[in-house]
Design a protein around this ligand. Structure first.
Ligand code: ADP
Ligand code: F6P
Length: 321
C-alpha cells in the first residue's frame, strides 16, 4: 500500500481530464492516502511546481474542459538529466507513485521515469485523438467528436444553400479516429484518414458526375490533419471540378468545451480504478475502455503499439456515403 502519490496531466489537454483528476484525488483521500498535484505536466515536475491536495481542490471542476492542473509539452523531460531533476522533486516529498493522464507521448515519458527510478507508474489515456493501443476510448474523444458534429451540422446548411463542396479538417495527430467517427455520424460523402490511401482524381470524377446527374446537391468531406491539408485538398478539388469549394479547419475548438456525460462518467470510473491500482502498488499499467469494459493494458504495450482504425467503421463510412 502506497501512502503518498502524485497526479499530473500532460500533453494535449482534453475535456474530461478534470473529472479524471477529481476521481483520482477523491479516491486517494477516501483511502487515507496523501496526494500531490503536479502543475503543468512534466514542466511542473522539473520546476518543482506541485502541491498537496485536499478534497476541496477538486470541487467545481467536473464540468470544466481543459485541466485545472495545467499541462505542457516539455522537451527537457526527454533527456535523462530532465527526468533526474523531475524525480528528485518527487523523492523530496516521499512520493511513492505517479499517475499520468495524457496521450501516448506522456505515457512514454512516464514509462522511462519508472524504468530509470523504479517509481510505480499508472497511466490514464487523456487525449481527444483516441489513439491509445488496446483501448477504443480515450478521455475527451467523445466531447471532441460531438464538437465536430456540431460544426458539420452548421456546414451542411451553408454548403446546401450554395451547392458547394465543404471540406472540414479535424485533429487526430496521426490517428484518423476523430475524422472517421465524424464522417459516419456527420454523413460525409468522403472521409480521408492517414490510415487509408485515397485518390483525389477519382474523388473529383465521382463528385463531378454526382453533380451532373443531380445525385448530390452538395458534398461534405472530412479530412484528418494526418491525411493532409484541408486547404490544399480543397484547392485541388475546386481547380479540378470547377465547383465552388470552401474549407474549414476546426483546430483547437475540438480540444475545449464542457465534457460530455460519457467523458465525465468514464473519466470518473477510470480515475477511481487507476487510483486504487496505484495505491495497491501496481505499476506499469494503463487503464482504459475497450468494448464497453474497463481494461488495464501493460504500459509497454500501450506505448509500443500503434492503434489501428476499426476497418468495419471505414467500410460503413464508404457504404453510407
Ligand atoms: P501527448 O501525451 O498528448 O501524446 P506529447 O507527445 O507532446 O503529447 O508528449 C507530452 C510530453 O511527454 C512531452 O512534451 C515530453 O515532455 C513527454 N514525452 C513525450 N515523449 C517522450 C519520450 N519518448 N521520452 C520522454 N518523455 C517524453
Ligand atoms: O494530441 C492531441 C492534439 O490535439 C492532436 O490532435 C493535435 O495534432 C495536437 O494535439 C495539437 O498540439 P498543440 O495543442 O500542441 O498545438
Amino acid at each position: 500500500m502506497l501512502k503518498r502519490i502524485a497526479v499530473m496531466t500532460s500533453g494535449g489537454d482534453s475535456p474530461g481530464m478534470n473529472a479524471a483528476i477529481r476521481a483520482v484525488v477523491r479516491t486517494a483521500i477516501f483511502e487515507n492516502v496523501r496526494v500531490w498535484g503536479i502543475n503543468n505536466g512534466y514542466q511542473g515536475m522539473l520546476a518543482d511546481d506541485m502541491f498537496e491536495m485536499e478534497s476541496r481542490n477538486v470541487s467545481d471542476i467536473i464540468q470544466r474542459g481543459g485541466t485545472f492542473l495545467g499541462t505542457a509539452r516539455c522537451p527537457e523531460f526527454e533527456t535523462p538529466e530532465g527526468r533526474a531533476q523531475g524525480y528528485e522533486h518527487l523523492a523530496q516529498r516521499g512520493i511513492q507513485g505517479l499517475m499520468v493522464i495524457g496521450g501516448d507521448g506522456s505515457l512514454r515519458g512516464a514509462q522511462k521515469l519508472g524504468q530509470e527510478y523504479g517509481i510505480p507508474i499508472v497511466g490514464l489515456p487523456g487525449t481527444i485523438d483516441n489513439d491509445v493501443w488496446g483501448t477504443d476510448y480515450t478521455i475527451g474523444s467523445d466531447t471532441a467528436a460531438n464538437t465536430i458534429i456540431d460544426a458539420i451540422n452548421k456546414l451542411r446548411d451553408t454548403a446546401s444553400a450554395h451547392r458547394r463542396i465543404a471540406i472540414l479538417e479535424v485533429m487526430g495527430h496521426h490517428c484518423g479516429w476523430l475524422a472517421m467517427i465524424a464522417g459516419i455520424s456527420g454523413g460525409a460523402e468522403y472521409t480521408l484518414v492517414p490510415e487509408e490511401k485515397y485518390d483525389l482524381d477519382q474523388i473529383c470524377q465521382e463528385i463531378h458526375q454526382d453533380y451532373e446527374t443531380g445525385k448530390k446537391r452538395y458534398i461534405l468531406i472530412v479530412i484528418s490533419e494526418g491525411a493532409g491539408s484541408g486547404v490544399d485538398v480543397g484547392k485541388y478539388i475546386e481547380d479540378k471540378t470547377g465547383i465552388e469549394t470552401r474549407v474549414s479547419v476546426l483546430g483547437h475548438i475540438q480540444r475545449g468545451g464542457s465534457p460530455s456525460v460519457i467523458d465525465r462518467v468514464k473519466a470518473s470510473q477510470l480515475g477511481e480504478q487507476a487510483s486504487l491500482a496505484l495505491i495497491s502498488g501496481l505499476s506499469d499499467i494503463v487503464f482504459g475502455y475497450d468494448r464497453g469494459e474497463v481494461v488495464s493494458i501493460h504500459l509497454e504495450d500501450a506505448v509500443n503499439n500503434k492503434k489501428q482504425l476499426d476497418p468495419e467503421y471505414m467500410r460503413l463510412a464508404r457504404v453510407l456515403s
